[in-house]
Each structure stands twice: as structure tokens, then as C-alpha cells.
Design a protein around this ligand. Structure first.
Ligand SMILES: Nc1ncnc2c1ncn2[C@@H]1O[C@H](COP(=O)(O)OP(=O)(O)OP(=O)(O)O)[C@@H](O)[C@H]1O
Ligand SMILES: [Mg+2]
Length: 217
């Protein structure tokens, strides 16, 4: 079992969208639990809209001390959605201590990089947990957008997923309709949207094939 937290102190970077959709893609082959530790409760609201149609289990856990107990549950993967605030450094450190891996979704914009670097340098690197930046909201209509964004992240010296997540309108309406990416009505855009998250999940599993679990917790 692995615990993966989705983190970035930049608000609106796509943490909740990433957590829900990576959980959905992983749930195609694994038993997955999504835990929302953000008091804002966006993932909880989204899961509530989905109801019984959600393809993975869901829990809201604001008391971080209880996270350790979740490891005992019989899941293949636990994904943790976290709050996006610079004031939450202490809480985020407690989450990282319980994590085997951290996904950092980030928009491909210079103004996003300061909070992203803050999260990496203050919260994640001091605890030595493996992480990757996941580029989010890439423009699917601009072919060079992804390569330019990759260069920016590489220039910051941060490891990243080879796959990026593109921006599709359907992602913004999914919470209200209570659906996750694997349930989108089939269209050309939704096929690409599903493919993005499936590729990230495959990459995640491939990274783990070569990494021992966080046995320190
Ligand atoms: N790949 C994407 N394509 C289109 N819209 C997206 C994508 N990812 C995120 N969004 C939209 O961007 C907004 C912010 O996303 P989200 O709520 O997932 O970010 P967050 O990091 O969880 O925010 P917070 O810091 O408030 O928790 C939402 O409206 C969401 O629908
Ligand atoms: Mg969120």
C-alpha cells in the first residue's frame, strides 16, 4: 500500500482535480481510497455529488493525527487531497510524514513557481519524500506549450512527470455533474483527458517499481 499526497501551497493549482482523477484512473486497476484533509472540503463536495457512482472509496479527515491509522486499511493506494495555503505548512508536513510520494500539480506560469518552490523547499525536501511536479492546465491547442512548460520546471531543478495534464472545459464541469475523468461522456476531448490521467498513473506505478516504500513511518 502506498500513500500519495497531492500538494501545492499555490491555491487553485489543480490539487483536487488531480487527486480525484488520478484516483479514478488508478481505480481501474487498484483498490483506492481518497482522503480529503482540506477543511475547504472541495473533494468531499465533489464525492458527495458523485454518490454511489464514485469508482473509489472516499473519506474526509481533518484530524491529521488519524492519517497514520489509514495505513492499516486494505487499500492498494491512498490519495490525500490537501489545502493550498502558505499558512498550512505545519499541517502539510504532517501529511508528508505519512506519505510515500507527493504529486505537485502546477500551472505552467511564472507566478505559480514561488509557492511551488516554497512547498518543495519548506515542506517536502526536508522530509526526504519522493515527489514529482505534474504540469496542469497545459493548452492542448498550442503544441509548444507543453515543451516550454517542461523547460521551465526543469530550469527550477524540480523532478516532473513526463506526462502533463491538459486543460479541458469538461474538467471544470465534472465536480458539479459528480463525475470523474473515467466516467466522462465519450468525445474527442474526453478521450484525451482520460488518456492524460491514465498515463500519469502508469508513470506513478513505474516509478514505484524501482523505489522502496517509506518504511520510516
Ligand atoms: N486540467 C484542467 N483543465 C481545466 N480546468 C482545470 C484543470 N485542472 C483544474 N482545473 C480547474 O481549475 C480550478 C482549480 O482547480 P482545483 O480546485 O483542482 O485546484 P486546487 O489546487 O485543489 O485548489 P485549492 O487550492 O483551492 O484547493 C477549478 O475550477 C478546476 O475545475
Ligand atoms: Mg483543492
Amino acid at each position: 500500500m502506498r500513500v500519495v499526497s497531492v500538494m501545492n501551497q499555490k491555491g487553485g493549482a489543480g490539487k483536487t482535480t488531480t487527486a480525484m482523477n488520478v484516483a479514478a484512473a488508478a481505480a481501474e486497476s487498484s483498490d483506492v481510497l481518497l482522503v480529503d484533509v482540506d477543511p475547504q472540503g472541495s473533494a468531499a463536495w465533489w464525492a458527495g455529488r458523485a454518490g454511489d457512482d464514485l469508482p473509489f472509496d472516499f473519506a474526509q479527515e481533518i484530524n491529521i493525527a488519524n492519517l497514520a491509522k489509514l495505513r492499516a486499511l486494505p487499500y492498494d493506494l491512498i490519495i490525500v487531497d490537501t489545502p493550498g495555503s502558505l499558512e498550512k505548512t505545519g499541517v502539510l508536513k504532517e501529511v508528508v510524514k505519512q506519505s510515500d510520494f507527493v504529486i505537485l500539480p502546477s500551472e505552467p506560469e511564472a507566478l505559480s513557481f514561488q509557492p511551488l518552490l516554497h512547498t518543495v523547499e519548506t515542506v517536502i525536501r526536508p522530509l526526504g519524500v519522493d515527489f514529482r511536479v505534474l504540469l496542469n492546465k497545459l493548452d492542448p491547442r498550442v503544441p509548444g506549450d507543453e515543451i516550454d512548460a517542461q523547460k521551465l520546471i526543469d530550469g527550477l531543478g524540480l523532478p516532473r512527470f513526463r506526462t502533463g495534464i491538459h486543460s479541458y472545459k469538461v474538467h471544470t464541469t465534472a465536480p458539479l455533474s459528480g463525475s470523474v475523468v473515467t466516467q466522462y461522456r465519450p468525445t474527442r476531448a474526453s478521450f484525451k483527458a482520460i488518456n492524460d490521467y491514465r498515463k500519469v498513473t502508469v508513470e506513478l506505478f513505474a516509478i514505484w517499481a524501482n523505489t522502496p516504500r517509506n518504511v520510516g513511518v
